[in-house]
Design a protein around this ligand. Structure first.
Ligand code: 6PG
Length: 246
């Protein structure tokens, strides 16, 4: 039975510390159960604070990084050292500060000239490294997601083709509003995770959070994140929850 829970925190710092503890708890359980932990990180700006928290020794030392495999929910079509790269942000803020083996860090090849080739390669990376269910779909232990003010998540943007992908594990997705290609996990992959944590901060997301949690609207890509077996948890700060009823 899947559950959807909304957790409201007083500040972005408290949210990030709780998210880091959730990462640690899920990670240690996966390592205990299966000898490894497979986690996909979100991009954008919100997770930067989480990565900084996780890089602190008091948090980082609670995990056996040699048994952790890091993936990405989406990536911009830029080189790994580009300021817009989700991988670069995670590397600078976290991965360069913890002893996660380089072979365990599976970034999307945003630098490739052909985004479709990069997406196909990533699908193969998932098959080669993430435990698969009986239908050969990767089963992440944990996926972090963000949410844009237009209700997108990962790089599943409104009115984009990737919203309708029901078989591929990762795709290249042209985003009209950005006039650019993105690489993204698809709903089949995301919804197969054991646990999904959506991180949302700031009052610019308050109307969206209110609409998603208090109305029957189903307009937004984030609302197709419905884990088949796992749990969906929203970690939001007070500002993002300010329009919610008490
Ligand atoms: C990206 C992200 C994207 C992000 C949202 C929220 O590559 O931009 O993966 O889905 O999570 O756009 O971004 P902020 O955290 O910056 O609000």
């Amino acid at each position: 039975m899947t559950t959807r829970q909304l957790f409201v925190f007083d500040s972005p710092q408290q949210l990030s510390e709780k998210a880091a503890q959730g990462w640690i708890d899920q990670g240690n359980q996966a390592i205990l159960d299966n000898g490894a932990f497979h986690i996909a990180l979100s991009g954008g700006s919100t997770p930067k604070r989480l990565f900084k928290v996780m890089a602190q020794p008091t948090f980082a030392q609670q995990l056996e990084w040699s048994k952790i495999h890091i993936y990405f929910g989406d990536e911009r079509c830029v080189p790994a050292d580009h300021p817009d790269s989700n991988y670069k942000m995670a590397f600078d803020e976290l991965l360069s500060h913890v002893p996660c083996p380089a072979d365990n860090i599976h970034r999307m090849a945003g630098e490739l000239d052909d985004p479709a080739t990069a997406a196909h390669q990533y699908s193969q990376t998932l098959i080669d490294n993430v435990p698969l269910d009986a239908k050969a779909i990767p089963c992440f232990d944990l996926i972090f997601l963000g949410i844009g003010t237009d209700g997108h998540t990962a790089s599943l943007f409104p009115e984009s083709d990737a919203l309708f992908e029901e078989h591929k594990l990762a795709v290249a997705n042209y985003v009209e509003k950005l006039q650019s290609w993105r690489l993204t996990l698809t709903y089949p992959t995301i919804n197969n995770a054991k646990k999904i944590i959506v991180l949302a901060e700031g009052e610019q997301k308050a109307d969206l959070i209110h609409e998603i949690f208090t109305t029957d609207t189903h307009n937004y890509p984030i609302q197709k994140v419905i884990p088949k077996y796992g749990d969906l948890m929203w970690y939001v700060d007070k500002d993002a929850a300010k329009k919610m009823p008490n």
